[in-house]
Design a protein around this ligand. Sequence first.
Ligand code: C2E
Ligand code: MG
Ligand code: MG
Ligand code: MG
Length: 289
Amino acid sequence: LAKDGGKHSTAVYEASLHSAALERLQLRADLQRALDVGELVLHFQPTITLGPGEDTAPTVHGFEALVRWQHPERGLLAPYHFIPLAEDSGLIVPLGTWVLQEACRAAVALQQPGRPHVAMSVNVAVAQLAAPGFVELVQAALADSGLAPQQLVLEITETAVLAGADVVAPLLAQLRAMGIRIAIDDFGTGYSSLSYLRDLPVDILKVDKSFVDHVVGDEQGASLAEAIIAMGQSLHLTTVAEGVEDRDQADWLTSAGATYGQGYLWSRPVPLVQAAALLSARAEAVRTS
Ligand code: C2E
Ligand code: MG
Ligand code: MG
Ligand code: MG
């Protein structure tokens, strides 16, 4: 009986594995089509300059481009649903190319005469960096859109950096020599040695939301975030606090000396037209103040 039950549950397990595999195959085919027919869209989340007056008239320093998939049956899908799949299947490379080109075009569209330049951050997967011709691809995206390299930030996760340190370091150096800035995304979550900060050409640390979550009312949490921000300062790096959801966190981060904040407190990621409206609202607030 036990043996029988074992067989049965193995069969059930295999059947569910099978359907999960089928679903992945289906989604993969869908994703290829999505790229071809243009179902991917970018949303943009502002980064805010922390400092006096930020609570009354937030200064938008730039935006991060975040990809979504307008799926015909499933609706608007967050990256969590398809980025891992894209990474496993290699589709992340063409997907990432599209994101890069589209984000550069968007940054130029957001630019208004007489207003400060907006920075545009783009997430880059390690497979993109490792693919031949990445630097040329970035150069082409800048040239085609007319975006200045100084306005572009490439975000790379700590884990990605470590996965390919040998390949990644010279590439980052080349990109940086062009004037592009490099950010370490989700900083502090990679369980890694900090020595890579000495060896890698990096400009910005994005302090992960998991630290920001604990800055208020948690002594240990606050100390940890304080140490990361202080380290960033002493290495002459810009710090961006991710996932800021309330005023107390923003005030704490401002006092601690973080350079920029990003989070639902100011805005969720929004379509391009709304991103443009955020910039105009800021300009209006300054004009009338
Ligand atoms: P990330 O680069 O760390 O982006 C920040 C994520 O945190 C975004 O999720 C954003 O919507 C979310 N977020 C921002 N502020 C808050 C907040 O105050 N509270 C909460 N709860 N969440 C906040 P999203 O858009 O779902 O993206 C998730 C991840 O997917 C990104 O994390 C990034 O690693 C990846 N991703 C997004 N777009 C791309 C892309 O074009 N290429 C690649 N390779 N990865 C991407
Ligand atoms: Mg990011
Ligand atoms: Mg991040
Ligand atoms: Mg994150």
